[in-house]
Design a binder for this molecule. Structure first.
Ligand code: FAD
Ligand code: FES
Length: 424
């Protein structure tokens, strides 16, 4: 299923595919003229191993002055939902990156949620709406991607951060505030690697490795530094040492690392679901999403004392719902119990974001599919060693085969990208 460049000899097969998918969209002359253009970037996927001469998928684009415009993507109806569109797009973007393209743009039907979701997975955002763009009167969304490489982000800093606060909040939960010099700003979903406990002149070897923690909140502290907060639970040696760090001591940090949660599309409602310490990844997302649309946050834990950050989320003005397994706060049950109720009115209008234990995120992914919620994002919290792509210890199995490094490509993924059964 590897995409390849097309040749003029493919014209008949390409035309047949176009006629099957959207009759009349491309005439023979238009298609052959397009293929002859110097600025054309056209890829196709052949039916492999069947002995059949057939093209299953086609992507047409033009590359002009550092910009790439995607003109059409066609996938044969009987082979949809098998990742053909995704592999065409991934190959095109990889080539675009090699060519130094700085912006990729396309139009997509306002009703085509599946395609919008695919593009959003690749970092496209909606930049505008073209009214009655299509011949049948339907509107188009203009979607663009400014950073073809999902991993292009501000360079992380490596710093000794001063502990400003390290407050026990009950249930083994702590809120750690750090002053980090030269902080470039984190996007929602990014994380830090923190030394296990305060840094001293004596190098610590137990534990040797830093621990990943989500950036919970951030605010400017001075011209060159920021106050960056994490919410964490003391669960073992590293986080236990972190809990002992005193105000004024220093903690080694590297960050921000990893990728971000995409923001909801225009007119979409955001439903954020945090289980236990997963809550920490969602605060900056809630704050940004609340600026443009409706946000519901569901926070869950075993009992009231394990809940994290409830009042801080409320202060954002978003709707906060809580669940506890013992019924000590909010609804007795699990976070997933509230999802059907909250999305009941119009599931299609929601984007679901989840962070927490793997079984919880898997349950959210299944529910999104069952309920017809078109976009579901998860932020995985698998064990990490280095945090920047060297040890290969954080590899996550993908539904289309192969692995992805959670610390470089993740921790945020579209739920459909993950092979859930293969996760630890
Ligand atoms: C991207 C990312 C963001 C994270 N953000 C946060 C956060 O904001 N707040 C927070 O409290 N935790 C967060 N975690 C989890 C946190 O990194 C671990 O809890 C921590 O590394 C445990 O280290 P430890 O030395 O205290 O525990 P260890 O002594 O290493 O282990 C103690 C126990 O914790 C379990 N454990 C270890 N690592 C994890 C993990 N990644 N997830 C779940 N259980 C684990 C072990 O199985 C063991 O039972 C995040 C993890 C990742 C990958
Ligand atoms: S944690 Fe080392 S490669 Fe990801």
């Amino acid at each position: 299923m590897k995409p390849r460049a097309v040749h003029l000899a493919d014209l008949d097969l390409l035309l047949r595919l176009c006629e099957d998918v959207r009759p009349g969209a491309w005439s023979r002359t238009q298609l052959s003229d397009e293929m002859a253009r110097k600025d054309a970037r056209i890829l196709c996927v052949d039916a492999a191993g069947t002995g059949e001469s057939r093209v299953l998928g086609l992507l047409l684009a033009r590359s002009v002055a550092g910009e790439l415009e995607i003109l059409d993507v066609a996938v044969a109806e009987d082979v949809r939902r098998r990742g053909i569109g995704r592999s065409l797009l991934t190959s095109l973007l990889a080539r675009a990156q090699e060519e130094g393209v700085t912006r990729v743009l396309l139009e997509v039907r306002a009703s085509n949620r599946a395609a919008q979701s695919l593009y959003a997975d690749h970092g496209f955002v909606v930049e505008g709406r073209r009214a009655r763009y299509y011949p049948d009167g339907e509107d188009a969304f203009l979607m663009t991607q400014h950073t073809p490489n999902r991993t292009v982000r501000p360079a992380p800093v490596r710093a000794e951060a001063e502990v400003l606060e390290n407050i026990a909040e009950g249930g083994g939960n702590y809120r750690l505030s750090l002053a980090i010099p030269n902080w470039p700003g984190a996007d929602p979903g990014q994380f830090l690697m923190l030394s296990a406990g305060a840094w001293t002149d004596v190098a610590r070897t137990d534990p040797l490795l830093p621990r990943p923690m989500a950036v919970f909140r951030q605010s400017p502290l001075g011209p060159d530094s920021a106050r960056v907060e994490t919410l964490y639970k003391a669960v073992g040696r590293g986080s236990g040492l972190l809990a002992q760090a005193q105000v004024g001591q220093r903690i080694r940090v590297v960050g921000p690392l990893g990728g971000r949660f995409p923001l909801p599309q225009p007119e979409e409602r955001a439903l954020l679901v945090g289980g236990g310490t997963g809550t920490a990844s969602l605060y900056e997302l809630a704050a940004q999403a609340a600026r443009t649309g409706e946000v519901d946050v569901v926070l869950g834990a075993r009992s009231e004392q394990d809940l994290m950050g409830v009042s801080l989320f409320r202060d954002l003005g978003v709707r906060v719902h809580t669940t506890t397994e013992d019924g000590s706060h909010g609804l007795r049950g699990r976070v997933t119990d509230l999802i059907p109720q909250l999305t009941a009115e119009n599931p299609q209008s929601f984007s679901l974001y989840a962070c927490g234990p793997t079984p919880m995120m898997h349950a959210c992914a299944r529910l999104a599919e069952e309920l017809g919620v078109p976009r579901c994002w998860v932020s995985l919290e698998n064990t990490m060693a280095c945090g920047f792509g060297v040890c290969l210890g954080c590899a996550v199995p993908l539904s289309e085969g192969g692995f992805s490094l959670l610390c470089r490509v993740g921790p945020v993924y579209s739920a459909s990208e993950i092979s859930w059964e293969g996760l630890p």
